[in-house]
Design a protein around this ligand. Sequence first.
Ligand SMILES: *[C@@H]1O[C@H](CO)[C@@H](O)[C@H](O)[C@H]1NC(C)=O
Ligand SMILES: *[C@@H]1O[C@H](CO)[C@@H](O)[C@H](O)[C@H]1NC(C)=O
Ligand SMILES: *[C@@H]1O[C@H](CO)[C@@H](O)[C@H](O)[C@H]1NC(C)=O
Length: 401
Amino acid sequence: MRCKTLFLGLSCLLFAYYIYAPIPENIEEPWKVRIINAVMKISSLMATLFENMGIMKFEDIFFGLMNLQNTKPVSDENITVIDTDFGGIPVRLFLPKKKSDRLRPAVINIHGGAFCLGSYKMLCYDSLNRLTANRLDAVVIAPDYRLAPQYLFPAALEDCIFVVKFFLQETVLEKYGVDPSRICISGDSSGGTLVATVTQLLQDDPEYKNKLKAQALLYPGLQAIDTMTPSYQEYEHGPFLSRKMAIKLSCLYIAEDEELTKAILRNEHMPEGSRHLFKRVNWSDFLPEKYRMIHVYKEPIFGKLNTSYPELTYSKVSPLIASDSQLQRLPLTYILTCEHDILRDDGLIYVTRLRNAGVPVTHDHVEDGIHGAVSFATAPVYLNLGSRIKDKYISWLEESL
Ligand SMILES: *[C@@H]1O[C@H](CO)[C@@H](O)[C@H](O)[C@H]1NC(C)=O
Ligand SMILES: *[C@@H]1O[C@H](CO)[C@@H](O)[C@H](O)[C@H]1NC(C)=O
Ligand SMILES: *[C@@H]1O[C@H](CO)[C@@H](O)[C@H](O)[C@H]1NC(C)=O
């Protein structure tokens, strides 16, 4: 009892402290963002504490928090919502009820969560996908994929590829009344990483080339090569997503190895002989002037890790390091970046590299945006920013699909 009181007291103190942590000036609804930020910081602190005490793993607390948002498949007046599976992989389908005499477009939406958290069941994704189905009169497919650290790379990627290929079968498209020439794949954050990778792999596969009309990436993470880009430095402490938390969680996709996490945090994780890869993520070449200005480019330090993780050099982990000739093959692309986001520069560099390669790109940059805003588009924390981002993304789909 006394322990609980102490615990509660401590949390209140921390909350009072973190609620006054500085946030960028142009942020809309600053108090809501302060609350979200404080809750994240406290959860992160608790997670570290519990992990050190051996009570639970760092990611478990976040897993619990996100699971609270899970929903059942509930149909509404316009959309039939079904949980089913594609060859054993769980998917939620959003099927418009209205009779249509023409084939419909389709969107495959892959959720985010640093490769170890999240589900299509979460209210934020359920409502995003429902809205997409409604506004586009589209069939929406939302897969769940195997999560780290129980399932390491490439499990998540393999599941996503499997679902996409399953859906692209003629018989399946026919069954759902989908127009094969109007299919888009989309995802946010680590879902964006998976989308970028799946799209690259499918374009390289003669059997699937050009089967996806477009890809949409919302504040995607696109590389694990350089974790000291200007945005990683500027937003190291958030709002919402801190550098440490992002790295601690997403690192689990490669291995449960504290040395690896520490090396990535120091940005000294890349193996000897990988210098050529840095050319493709070199922010001092690819970022617009205004983002480079106050920063000095530091050459990476190689070969500090004793265990070898070849995955770190794969474009299947960091789609941003794909070669120019691979990028040239990519379809119509939408990228949304947020100013106040450690992953901002990943998105900005991809925009530059894709445009240099001749890929048609629509880029929306949200000047007052924070990472994960779409996840705050529903109760209990509704951010107007989340709705604005959803609206930009869906408007692009309406025009492009
Ligand atoms: C159903 O569609 C109509 C017309 O687009 C819309 O006004 C209504 O809000 C939709 N219902 C739901 C539950 O989304
Ligand atoms: C990155 O770009 C800068 C400026 O163009 C250059 O000086 C540096 O050598 C590059 N580093 C790598 C690893 O490519
Ligand atoms: C890695 O290897 C070096 C040299 O062999 C050694 O000094 C260092 O302690 C090792 N680090 C770890 C974390 O094992």
